[in-house]
Ligand binder design. Structure first.
Ligand SMILES: O=C(O)CCC(=O)C(=O)O
Ligand SMILES: [Fe+2]
Length: 579
C-alpha cells in the first residue's frame, strides 16, 4: 500500500509496475481505500478530457432515462403499448428502467446484501479467489478492474464474476463463494425471467417473432457480476468504471448510492436509483442485429466519496463465442438495406479487447459503406465535361465557385508537388463530385479511386475514414478544412464513408485531379485543432507518417512562393513530413 503511494509521488512513474503491484497485492481498490490513503495513485487519474466531463452541468433541466412499468406485459390489450414504450426507449436511449417486473423485493435486497458481504470479507478470504485469466475468462473470479492490464489506466471498482453458461465456461458449484451462492442463484433465475420477457418485447418491437432473440442464442452465454465501488478519496480525479458499451443484453440492479451514467445526446445523464427498479440496456451485437433500430449506448460509473459503497448486480446475456450474427433479414428491404456485415462473437471480443475495451470500434469495422448519391461534373477533359446548364440550379452557382476554388488549391498543390518530386507532364483533369449520404449502404467496396489528387470538403457529420496500416482512422471534420487525398504511383490510400444514424446527412464535395501524394489536410481558417486528426493518423512506424502534412492557412499562403515547402519537400526526396 505504502509502496503504491510512494510510486505515485515519484516523477518517473512506471504505470505497468504499479498496476502489477496492485494486482499482485490482491487487495483490490477496496483494500486500497481502507488503507487510509488520502490521494489516489496516478494509475487511477483519468485524462483532463474525461475529468472535465465529471462535473455536473449547472443549469440543465434534469433528464432521466425512461421508466417503464411492466405490470401489463401479460395483458393482451396492453401489450402493444408496452412494446411501443420499450421500442422507443431502446431506439432513443438504449437504456431504460423497469418496475413491476415480477422479481420479489426480498430477492433484490438479498443479492445486494450478499455482494456487499462478499466484498466486506477480510483480505485473506477474498485473496484466495483473486485470479485473472485475460485470454479465456471462465469460472469464478474475483479481481480488481477486470481489464487492468488491457486498459491504460485503472478505475475504482472490484468485481466478483461468475460464468453460468455455456457449460464449458461455467463456474464450479464449489468455487462459488458460500456467502453469496444462494442469492446469486436466485438473482440469475429471476434476472433471466426478466430478460426473457424483455427480449420478447424487443423482438416484437422490431416486428419479428417474439422468440427471435432467444432462438439466436442470447441465453447461451451468461455472466453474473457483483461490482463494488468503494469509498474514493478523490472522486473528481477518477471514475468507478470507464465509459463503455456492453455486447449483448444486460439486466442490472443497483443500490441507492448511485453513480451510473448514460450518454445521451452528448450529455451524461444519471441513472437515478429507484427502489425495486432494474436497469436494462442493450449492447453492440443487438444494435447490429437490429440494423440500428436499437442503439447500444455508452455508460460509465462515477467514483464517489460516500462511505457507503455502490453495489451492483449485473447479468449479461450473450451469444456463444462461436456464434455468427448480422442484421436480421426480416428487417431488410431495398429501402432499408443492411448497415452491417456478418461477423462473429469471437471477432467482436477480439476487437473489444484489442482496443482497450473500445467496443464501438467494432461497429465501425463491420459497418457497410455508403455510396450515397453522387452528382458529377467534369471540367476536364472537355468531352467529359457536363454543360453548366446540366447542373441543378439549386447548387449551380455554388458548384461553379467550388470548382474554381478547389482547382486553384489543387493547381498550387500540384505545382508544389511537381517541383518537389521533380515530375512534370501528364494531364491535369478536374472533376467535381457532390456526395450525399442519407441512409443505405452500397454493400460495396472501399473507395480507392483512380484520380491522382482529390480535394474534399465535408460537413460536420463526419464518417470519412482512411486506412492506416490495418486500421480505419476517422478524418475528423474541421470547420473550414479541406482534405486532400491522393494515390501516388505505387501506394493508394483506401478510404471509405460510414453510414450514420445522425439525423443530418453527411455532405461532401470533392474535386478530383490527376497528380498527387497520399494524404494532406489543409486548414483554410484559424483552427486551433488542426493537428488533432493528423496526430491520430500518425504512428511511429507507418508509411503514412511520411506522406502526410498539415498546412495551416498561413503556411499555405506563405508557401505560394513555393520556397519554404518546396525546400522541405525536396529535402525529403518525395516524402512530405509532418510539421
Ligand atoms: O455497476 C454498474 O452500474 C455498471 C456496470 C456495467 O456497466 C458493466 O459491468 O458493464
Ligand atoms: Fe456496462
Amino acid at each position: 500500500m505504502a509502496a503504491t503511494n510512494h510510486i505515485a509521488a515519484t516523477p518517473t512513474y512506471d504505470i505497468a509496475k504499479v498496476v502489477k503491484e496492485l494486482d499482485e497485492s490482491k487487495m483490490g481498490v477496496k483494500g486500497l481505500a481502507e488503507s487510509g490513503i488520502t490521494s489516489i495513485p496516478n494509475m487511477f487519474i483519468r485524462p483532463p478530457e474525461v475529468l472535465s466531463t465529471l462535473k455536473k452541468p449547472t443549469s440543465h433541466t434534469k433528464k432521466a432515462i425512461p421508466l417503464i412499468d411492466l405490470s401489463n406485459f401479460n395483458v393482451p390489450t396492453k401489450r402493444h403499448q408496452l412494446v411501443e414504450l420499450i421500442r422507443e426507449a431502446t431506439s432513443s436511449w438504449g437504456f431504460f428502467q423497469v418496475i413491476n417486473h415480477g422479481v420479489p423485493l426480498s430477492v433484490l435486497n438479498e443479492i445486494l446484501d450478499a455482494i456487499k458481504a462478499f466484498h466486506d470479507q477480510p483480505h485473506e478470504v477474498k485473496a484466495k479467489l483473486y485470479n485473472r485469466d485475460n485470454d479465456d475468462e471462465q469460472g469464478v473470479m474475483y479481481q480488481s478492474n477486470y481489464d487492468l492490464y488491457r486498459a491504460k489506466l485503472a478505475t475504482w471498482h472490484d468485481s466478483l464474476t461468475i460464468w453460468t453458461a455455456p457449460e464449458e465456461k461455467c463456474g464450479k458449484e464449489e468455487d462459488i463463494p458460500e456467502i453469496c451462492k444462494k442469492e446469486m442463484a436466485a438473482w440469475e433465475s429471476h434476472s433471466s425471467k426478466v430478460a426473457e420477457i424483455l427480449l420478447e418485447l424487443l423482438s416484437e418491437g422490431l416486428g419479428v417473432e417474439a422468440e427471435r432473440f432467444k432462438k439466436l442464442g442470447f441465453f447461451d452465454a451468461r455472466l453474473l457480476v457483483g461490482h463494488c465501488y468503494p469509498y474514493c478519496p478523490q472522486p473528481d480525479l477518477t471514475v468507478g468504471l470507464k465509459s463503455h458499451t456492453d455486447s449483448g443484453f444486460t439486466v442490472l440492479l443497483q443500490n441507492q448510492v448511485g453513480g451510473l451514467q448514460v450518454k445521451h445526446c452528448d450529455e451524461w445523464v444519471d441513472v437515478e436509483p429507484i427502489p425495486g427498479a432494474l436497469t436494462i440496456n442493450i449492447g453492440d451485437i443487438i444494435q447490429i442485429i437490429s440494423n440500428d433500430n436499437y442503439v447500444s449506448v455508452e455508460h460509465r460509473v462515477l467514483a464517489k466519496a460516500s462511505k457507503e459503497p455502490r453495489i451492483s448486480a449485473v447479468t449479461f446475456f450473450n451469444m456463444n463465442t462461436n456464434a455468427g450474427f448480422e442484421p436480421l433479414p426480416e428487417l431488410l428491404s431495398s429501402d432499408k438495406p443492411a448497415i452491417y456485415r456478418k461477423s462473429t462473437v469471437k471477432k467482436y471480443l477480439e476487437s473489444y479487447y484489442s482496443k482497450g475495451l473500445n467496443s464501438k470500434y467494432f461497429l465501425t469495422k463491420v459497418k457497410i459503406l455508403l455510396a450515397g448519391m453522387t452528382l458529377s461534373r467534369f471540367g476536364w477533359p472537355r468531352d467529359k465535361a457536363c454543360k453548366g446548364g446540366d447542373i441543378p440550379e439549386v447548387c449551380r452557382k455554388e458548384i461553379v465557385a467550388w470548382e474554381s476554388h478547389s482547382t486553384k488549391v489543387a493547381e498550387a498543390l500540384l505545382e508544389l508537388l511537381s517541383e518537389g518530386f521533380g515530375v512534370f507532364g501528364g494531364q491535369v483533369g478536374c472533376g467535381t463530385l457532390l456526395s450525399y449520404c442519407p441512409t443505405g449502404p452500397d454493400g460495396g467496396n472501399h473507395i480507392s479511386h483512380r484520380f491522382r489528387l482529390t480535394v474534399l470538403l465535408q460537413n460536420q457529420v463526419g464518417g470519412l475514414q482512411v486506412k492506416h496500416g490495418d486500421e480505419w482512422v476517422d478524418v475528423e471534420p474541421i470547420p473550414g478544412a479541406l482534405t486532400i487525398i491522393s494515390n501516388d504511383n505505387y501506394v493508394s490510400v483506401e478510404h471509405r464513408v460510414l453510414a450514420k444514424a445522425s439525423k443530418k446527412p453527411r455532405i461532401s464535395v470533392v474535386a478530383f485531379l490527376t497528380w498527387g501524394l497520399k494524404l494532406i489536410l489543409i486548414t483554410l481558417d484559424h483552427c486551433q485543432n488542426y493537428y488533432h486528426p493528423i496526430n491520430q493518423l500518425f504512428t511511429a512506424n507507418s508509411q503514412c507518417q511520411n506522406s502526410m502534412k498539415v498546412f495551416s492557412a498561413k503556411d499555405w499562403i506563405a508557401s505560394l512562393s513555393y520556397k519554404k515547402l518546396d525546400c522541405e519537400i525536396r529535402i525529403r526526396r518525395g516524402m512530405v513530413k509532418s510539421i
